[in-house]
Design a binder for this molecule. Structure first.
Ligand code: HEM
Length: 199
């Protein structure tokens, strides 16, 4: 599978990866590559676009962050909670269990609505408020834990932190320069178009 020198960076690493000493088959290599490129792209892109909308609609939160850069970490977490770029994922139940008074049986298909959990008023005070200083912020934007928890959570957090940090240095104001358009999807909570004016 691996041809020395042809593939840069992460692609090269993946091409050289082994599981129990065996190289990935061509199908596994391609599906992993597709997973990484889509999972790492649709999500962070929509979190960034969502951040622009959130700060344009809540300019006082941008001012607050500009005045106190120590809020950057909690601001990133709040952007993740507030934008929730992945609306839901699904599990196939293998054991019987009860969740919220509902019995789930083996074989049931259960959807986990991260968008709803991230606005759960029993967990978050005033959940519809965008608050860059929100603490604690136990959002489930990257999943609720377990073996499938987002592989790229740290990278996504870093990307958002760098973006906001650089923008804080450059711009006093983020404004919408026209109406934004959302992606027509019940899986991706994202945008096709967000015109912004930065000043
Ligand atoms: C804001 C950005 C992101 C969000 C909201 C997000 C969200 C999620 C969610 C909800 C899951 C499913 C968790 C579960 O089923 O328990 C997931 C899994 C995954 N994510 Fe992300 N993700 C983001 C960024 C990234 C990035 C940057 C990468 C890679 C470069 C990535 C790679 C993956 C992979 C490979 C999985 C599957 C993990 C597995 O099934 O073992 N994600 N992500």
């Amino acid at each position: 599978m691996r041809e020395e020198g042809c593939l840069p960076g992460v692609v090269d690493l993946l091409a050289g990866a082994t599981i129990d000493g065996e190289e990935l088959s061509r199908v596994r290599f391609i599906t992993h590559l597709l997973l990484l490129t889509t999972a790492g792209n649709e999500t962070t892109r929509n979190a960034m676009s969502g951040a622009m909308v959130a700060f344009a609609e809540h300019p006082e939160q941008w001012d607050r962050l500009r005045a106190d850069r120590t809020l950057l970490r909690s601001a990133v977490e709040e952007v993740l909670r507030y934008t929730s770029p992945i609306a839901y994922f699904r599990r196939n139940a293998i054991d019987e269990m009860e969740v919220g008074g509902v019995t789930i049986r083996p074989g049931d298909l259960v959807s986990l609505w991260y968008v709803a959990a991230n606005r759960d008023e029993t967990v978050f005070a005033d959940p519809d408020r965008f608050d860059v200083g929100r603490e604690p912020n136990p959002h489930v934007t990257f999943g609720g834990g377990g073996p499938h928890f987002c592989l790229g959570a740290s990278l996504a957090r870093l990307e958002l932190k760098v973006l906001l940090d650089e923008m804080l240095d450059r711009y006093e104001r983020i404004e919408l320069a026209g109406p934004f358009q959302r992606v027509r999807s019940n899986f991706l909570n994202g945008y096709t178009h967000v015109p912004v004016r930065l000043s």
